[in-house]
Write a protein that binds this ligand. Structure first.
Ligand code: FAD
Length: 349
């Protein structure tokens, strides 16, 4: 059943005209700003080099080597105001093409997490960037009889014009749009995994993930990577379960000499997942109490923790209050430069 107004929400923020304006501003900002530089090297190039090194060596060429040509398919940051203030600039995607894919597998990996595996010919055109690569996911309206058909109305590319066209679609037929993270990409098998928090039937994406079946169609629009580390003595990663795929992806792809701490809060101890973290990053799984607001435990734990000395680079994602409160604390109480905090509200309780 379609809940009133739900197709307009996209985790944090409304997909409306204001966002289109914001998108334009953001794109202009991206075009005119100097790239973030440290030690004379562009941060995106550093990340690219690390990725290429891992793509060429570390994983036996399992993943495609990413193209060096930056794409322009961003619809703006997931939480644009904050992402811009944070100054640790996101890395844009390389392919702005809307990819129509189909479900090839669905499994409950832990009590509160559904893993949906996508495939299809269009996946060959997906350009993996690793880390916390995220995308806009378009789901057909479940109320429509064609829900289980193999195509649904979408512009082929979403540039600004395509996005305006998307917003102009009647709400009764406009697909639902939500933000998700690439949990894993296996080019040889032509498969991409997404981990959905199964938070109940109150959200169309959660509901879709728990009920979808082989052959169902979705569309995906790459949005790039938020993680963009600045020179630091150590790194701090904090997330609730919605950010588990992002933090797990960053830990998997971070240089092996990265040091620091990762705090990942989940609802159930069995929701913890194995991570391929660098040996110098200690992963702390936090299990919140029943009824406790997500993110509260992670915030309190990090604030009480004996954090290492020196300047960290922090990556904080999850329910809105967690990244905003932790970023404020890091900057105001711990003296961490704003440029050293990437923070993003993934959803709002
Ligand atoms: C860059 C980015 C990457 C993300 N990656 C992932 C990912 O890989 N996996 C993932 O699961 N989520 C991810 N999210 C979060 C996801 O986009 C939101 O949780 C989204 O709102 C879920 O949509 P929905 O249709 O299920 O619920 P909505 O329609 O958005 O919300 C319906 C109700 O559900 C509640 N709700 C929404 N999300 C959650 C949640 N996680 N837990 C409990 N209650 C919730 C809302 O407060 C609301 O009351 C990401 C968000 C961003 C911005």
């Amino acid at each position: 059943m379609q809940h009133e107004g739900e197709q307009d929400r996209e985790g944090v923020g409304e997909v409306e005209a204001a966002e289109v304006a914001d998108h334009v501003a953001h794109r202009e900002l991206e075009q005119h700003e100097e790239p973030i530089r440290h030690h004379g090297v562009d941060a995106a190039d550093q990340q690219e080099a690390r990725l290429l090194a891992r793509h060429e060596g570390g994983d036996g060429g399992q993943r495609h080597a990413p193209s060096l040509i930056a794409g322009s398919g961003r619809l703006g940051s997931p939480n644009q105001k904050e992402a811009r203030v944070s100054q640790a600039k996101p890395v844009p995607p390389r392919n702005a093409e809307m990819l129509v894919l189909e479900v090839v597998r669905s499994q409950r990996v832990t009590p509160n997490m559904m893993r949906i595996t996508l495939g299809g010919d269009a996946l060959a055109r997906f350009t993996p960037m690793g880390f916390d690569q995220w995308f806009r996911l378009f789901l057909p309206l479940e109320s429509l009889p064609e829900n289980r058909q193999t195509s649904f109305a979408l512009p082929k590319r979403i540039d600004l014009l395509g996005y305006v066209q998307f917003l102009a679609m009647p709400k009764a037929t406009r697909p639902i749009m939500r933000n998700y993270t690439v949990r894993a990409f296996r080019p040889l098998e032509n498969e991409l995994d997404i981990d959905f928090v199964a938070h109940g039937d109150n959200g169309p994406a959660s509901r879709w993930a728990t009920g979808t079946g082989v052959g169902d169609t979705v569309a995906l629009l790459d949005q790039g990577v938020l993680y963009n580390p600045q020179p630091a003595d150590w790194q701090l990663f904090v997330a609730d379960e919605s950010g588990l795929p992002a933090v797990a992806g960053v830990l998997r792809d971070a240089p092996r000499d990265t040091v620091g701490h990762a705090f990942i809060e989940v609802a159930d101890a069995a929701d913890a997942q194995p991570t391929d973290a660098p040996p110098g990053v200690e992963v702390h799984w936090l299990v919140r109490g029943h009824g406790e607001k997500p993110g509260t435990l992670a915030l309190a734990t990090v604030q009480a923790f004996a954090l290492p000395a020196g300047t960290p680079y922090a990556f904080v994602v999850g329910e809105q209050s967690l990244p905003t409160a932790l970023r404020r604390w890091l900057v105001n109480e711990r003296g961490v430069p704003k440029s050293h905090v990437t923070f993003c509200g993934f959803w709002r309780a």
